[in-house]
Design a binder for this molecule. Structure first.
Ligand SMILES: Cc1cc2nc3c(=O)[nH]c(=O)nc-3n(C[C@H](O)[C@H](O)[C@H](O)COP(=O)(O)OP(=O)(O)OC[C@H]3O[C@@H](n4cnc5c(N)ncnc54)[C@H](O)[C@@H]3O)c2cc1C
Length: 550
């Protein structure tokens, strides 16, 4: 970042980035600010290429804010023989945790075995997993007797034979995505959200050399020239090609997955546990602060890509699986606090159901100047980015700095030095002026070095540490920082993807939304009509994440 320049993720920094994109030809234009595109932009920028990254809505607007949010080895994929994917994921989760220790938290995973299934088989599977993961010491799996299982997961159904316990990681997917986009910008990439790539430019030889980008907030249009374009549109990847009348090398087969949110008081798990009902229905329940969420489903999806929502039937299906797994918990539909749906951008495989379709990614070349990346997982985004960079070599030659620095470059929020000491000390400093325990816990879970900005803000005006609203575990200063340093430009940018209040706070954080709108209106110069529009749009979004028909 050059001195005196606006912060790249401030409103002024965004406009400057859009103008700069259209001023000088770039090496790479990345379309799509999900985890894939943000990871590609970061890797390419770290290698010294001139990069731009645009998202038509916001970083993590698509699947990258609607996943199960686990950075995991994918034990389940062993059953399908996807050994390479498991090996890559299992090793990669450690790297992702090391570059984002503030955001990628260790979580104990339990794989219970019920009669008549064989404990031996699962144990053998986990031994293979440990080997593929090169697990050492505390990373290795442990066997639990039924009594020990019940200590970890009270109320789990019978007949329980035992379980395997092993560590994985949980994260906030939208913030992980945001931090990758920000890291790209810190290493020179020009980055803008609410910027839709429309028509791709093609010269007379058929070569792709950029795209028209529309600022969807003010309607301005920017002509962005680039020696190569990366289509990282996730579920939209096919649509992006079709809109420019380009051939689609392989069809995507979008698959929808939903989750339901419960209070941890109703389902007191301490980590995550795989579920398997007597009828064979499988799922996963995960603890995050005061909540437990349960997923997922895996069904072919043909609805609108921008607004996938859980249907009542899907919610009932996941709830029934949870009820069957915890028969004495007395869970009812009224216990479901929220739901969300995401679309897996799977690559169609002849004769296979979406559940059996591989989660591996593919990189497609062509026409010249264009690289499309599809499929994949949150966990392996960095490796996918590396494969895209390999493909870009064909278009651009060797990058100026031909070294992969993505594994050793911490994400912007990563504290330097002892992370546990950082967390302890910032926790004490937040609690001292009276921030509630719940809010401190959430702040420490979600943010890293950003907490220093928050504390500095509060040093000037303690009101920034005031709660956003009654029972909302967030503070006013988060809104200001989201606008000035994280490119939040709509209420949903803040409430959904920066603060996770939409999915992980009482009643979607609605008790704090007026205050958040006031802060944003002041900083972004919204008039009354815009403020009213933003509030209405957020209330609608919240309603769509409640249980349909409840
Ligand atoms: C239910 C579910 C659970 C999952 N759980 C896990 C998990 O726990 N762990 C894991 O590792 N993986 C998980 N995954 C997989 C993982 O979430 C996805 O592979 C990943 O998020 C896909 O990211 P992406 O960047 O490719 O797509 P997206 O996140 O969808 O990003 C695509 C972006 O492109 C933008 N875009 C589209 N068109 C344009 C355009 N014309 N111009 C500009 N921008 C455009 C969109 O706005 C969007 O932000 C899960 C997936 C689902 C559905």
């Amino acid at each position: 970042m050059s001195e005196g320049a606006p912060h790249p993720f401030s409103p002024a920094g965004r406009i400057e980035a859009l103008r700069a994109m259209a001023t000088k030809p770039l090496d790479v234009l990345v379309i799509g600010g999900g985890i894939t595109g943000s990871g590609v932009a970061r890797d390419a920028a770290l290698r010294g290429w001139k990069v731009a990254l645009v998202d038509k809505e916001d970083f993590g607007f698509g699947t990258s804010s609607r996943s199960s949010k686990i950075v995991h080895g994918g034990v389940r994929y062993l059953e399908y023989g996807h050994f390479l994917l498991v090996r890559e994921s299992a090793r990669e989760r450690r790297v992702v945790q090391s570059i984002a220790p503030h955001l990628v938290h260790r979580l104990d995973f339990l794989y219970p075995v019920f009669a008549p299934d064989s404990l031996l088989k699962v144990r053998a599977g986990l031994a293979v997993f440990d080997w593929l993961a090169s697990a050492e010491g505390a990373e290795k799996h442990e066997m639990l007797e039924p009594d020990q299982v019940r200590e970890h997961v009270p109320g789990l159904r019978d007949p329980l034979r035992g379980a395997v316990l092993y560590p994985e990681y949980i994260t906030d997917d939208a913030r992980l995505t945001l931090e990758n986009a920000l890291s790209a910008a810190e290493h020179g990439a020009l980055v803008a959200n609410h910027a839709r790539a429309e028509e791709l430019f093609r010269d007379s030889s058929g070569r792709i050399h950029g795209a028209r980008v529309r600022d969807t907030l003010d309607g301005s249009v920017y002509e962005v020239q680039a020696r190569a374009v990366v289509n990282a549109g996730g579920p939209w990847a096919q649509e992006i090609l079709q809109e420019s009348r380009l051939p689609v090398p392989k069809a995507l087969r979008p698959s929808k997955g939903i989750h339901i949110l419960l209070s941890a008081e109703r389902l007191p798990l301490s980590g995550a546990t795989f579920l398997k009902t007597p009828s064979g229905r499988r799922g996963l329940a995960m603890r995050r602060l005061d909540y437990v969420y349960v997923g997922t489903t895996d069904e072919e999806y043909t609805g609108p890509l921008d607004t996938p929502r859980a249907t009542r039937e899907e919610v009932l299906d996941v709830l029934a699986m949870t009820q069957d797994s915890f028969p004495n918990a007395g869970l009812e539909l009224t216990d479901v606090l929220a739901s969300w749906a995401g679309i897996r951008p799977l690559i169609a495989e002849e004769g296979k159901s979406t559940r059996d379709t591989s989660r591996e990614d593919e990189v497609w070349h062509g026409p010249p100047g264009l690289v499309t990346v599809a499929g994949g997982k949150l966990t392996t985004y960095r490796r996918m980015a590396g494969r895209v960079v390999e493909a870009l070599r064909n278009e651009l030659g060797t990058p100026p700095d031909d070294v992969d620095r993505t594994a050793e470059t911490p994400l912007p929020g990563a504290p330097a030095g002892d992370v546990a000491a950082f967390v302890r000390e910032r926790g004490e400093r937040l609690a001292a002026p009276g921030v509630s325990g719940r809010t401190v816990e959430r702040l420490l879970w979600l943010y890293g070095r950003q907490l220093d900005d928050l504390l500095a803000l509060a040093g000037g005006d303690p009101d920034w540490l005031e709660p956003l609203g009654p029972d909302v575990p967030a503070v006013r200063g988060e809104v200001k920082l989201a606008v000035e340093r994280e490119m939040a430009l709509t209420l949903a940018d803040f409430m959904d993807r920066r603060s996770a209040l939409l999915l992980f706070s009482p009643d979607f954080g609605l008790a704090g939304v007026e205050t958040a709108a006031d802060v944003m209106a002041e900083l972004l110069g919204w008039d009354d009509a815009r403020r009213t529009h933003e509030l209405a749009a957020y209330r609608q979004l919240a309603a769509e994440h409640a249980v349909p028909g409840a």
